[in-house]
Design a protein around this ligand. Structure first.
Ligand code: PLP
Length: 402
């Protein structure tokens, strides 16, 4: 059997495995250490009561002859799609048609699967540091060349750092697809509408595609910051947008997301909406009725109020981290429209050395920036998903160590 050698080229799933390994080894040597984890990228607060009620009701329905549901429609139930359009797009003046929305089980699978739309030799660009799925899924398809010294030879990296204010530079060579994620994981930064427009105009001019990951859009607190790339005119002709209920409503374990593929999006006369629909109908069998009812409840009045309370809680934690670090004179970014704070390591310390320092001296775990890409070296990610008490204690400990 001839295997897919592109998979064999991928470096081992290094980042979180290495973090877990170092924490485990330290805990074994120091069982008394009370370790605080600000590395988690997963939500921790419970589901909204309105969501739980909707799931229970849907489960009861499924146990009756009249209320039983088998396979869901390939692209999702109309009532969920309509709730998404009415709740997430219409209030911001964005027109999306129901057949442009595809319900799925996660933004991770969607951003990973979307690369099946691209030709085998399509040129890819990512912002650096980056959520690793965009890179790895294209590497698996053989688009990125070889992995050497922490970089793919065929991938265009758009470095984002304190010097350029985390605004990615435009690609300097021919690129077919750019992945953008805002609010950004891992830097927690956002782009203004004008900054986003630079990329939309570039994509339109170069007949390129933007894959826009808006998984953290619910954390945006300033109405002037775009929640959707479609708030920028022309984006419907050059962008696919991936959204998720994971961080919006605590669905990381429940699994529901959606991707918008506008019908205006055509390349070489081929509609991406049509071929994505064809792909999904072939390989994906829909999200469960119970889960889609749960997602619909996110848009109810009670659901909205309850999910915002949870987001406010995480935002409060992010503020504690950001304010604490800044008051201590540490350069820190993000954390306002995002659950992530991206801090500069003191004296440009390598991010893994800083990880070890915090673990051993402060008993605090974060994520080394280098794990998100070469431009993440010298930075460190802290997350707002722990409890307020633990977050406050962790920040105090970090500051006292520094
Ligand atoms: N996109 C980004 C940028 C993420 O950070 C994550 C999860 O951490 C996801 C997508 C995954 O979302 P989902 O849970 O919907 O698969």
């Amino acid at each position: 059997m001839k295997i897919n050698t592109n998979l064999a080229k991928l470096p081992a799933g290094y980042l979180f495995a290495e973090v877990a390994k170092r924490v485990k080894a330290y805990s074994a040597r120091h069982p008394e250490a009370d370790i605080l984890r600000l590395g988690i990228g997963d939500v921790t607060r419970p589901l909204a009561p309105a969501v739980v009620e909707a799931m229970k009701r849907a489960a009861d329905e499924m146990g009756t002859p009249q209320g039983f549901h088998g396979y869901s429609p390939d692209f999702g139930y109309d009532w969920l799609i309509n709730a998404i359009i009415a709740g997430d797009y219409a209030p911001r003046g964005v027109q999306i048609a129901p057949d442009e929305v595809f319900i799925s089980d996660g933004a991770k699978s969607d951003v990973g699967n979307l690369q099946e739309l691209f030709g085998p030799d399509a040129k890819i660009a990512v912002t650096d540091p980056v959520y690793p799925v965009y890179v790895d899924s294209n590497a698996m398809a053989g688009r990125l060349g070889e992995y050497a010294e922490g970089k793919w030879t065929g991938l265009t990296y758009l470095p984002c750092n304190a010097e350029n204010g985390f605004m990615p530079p435009l690609p300097e060579t021919r690129v077919d697809v750019v992945y953008l994620c805002y609010p950004n994981n891992p830097t927690g930064t956002v782009l203004t509408k004008e900054q986003l427009r630079v990329f939309v105009d570039w994509a339109l001019e170069n007949e390129a595609l933007i894959v826009y990951d808006a998984a953290y859009k619910a954390f945006i607190s300033d109405p002037a910051v775009p929640r959707s790339i479609y708030e920028v005119p022309g984006a419907d002709k050059c962008a696919i947008e991936c959204c998720s209920f994971s961080k919006t409503a605590g669905f990381t374990g429940t699994r529901c997301a959606y991707t918008v593929v506008p019908k205006a999006l055509t390349y070489g006369g081929v509609s991406l909406n049509r071929i994505w629909g064809r792909r999904q109908a072939t390989k994906f069998n829909g999200v469960s009725y119970i889960t889609q009812r749960a997602a619909q409840a996110v848009y109810s009045e009670a659901g909205q109020r309850q999910i915002m309370e949870t987001i406010e809680y995480y935002r409060g934690n992010a503020r504690v981290i950001l304010d604490g670090l800044r008051q201590a004179g540490i350069l820190a970014f993000g954390g306002v429209h995002s659950p992530y704070v991206w801090m500069k390591t003191p004296g440009d310390m390598p991010s893994w050395d800083f990880f070890d320092l915090l673990l051993t001296r402060a008993h605090v775990v974060g994520t080394p920036g280098e794990g998100f890409g070469p431009a993440g070296e010298g930075y460190f990610r802290l997350t707002a998903f722990n409890t307020l008490e633990n977050t406050e204690a962790a920040v105090e400990r970090i500051i006292s160590v520094l």
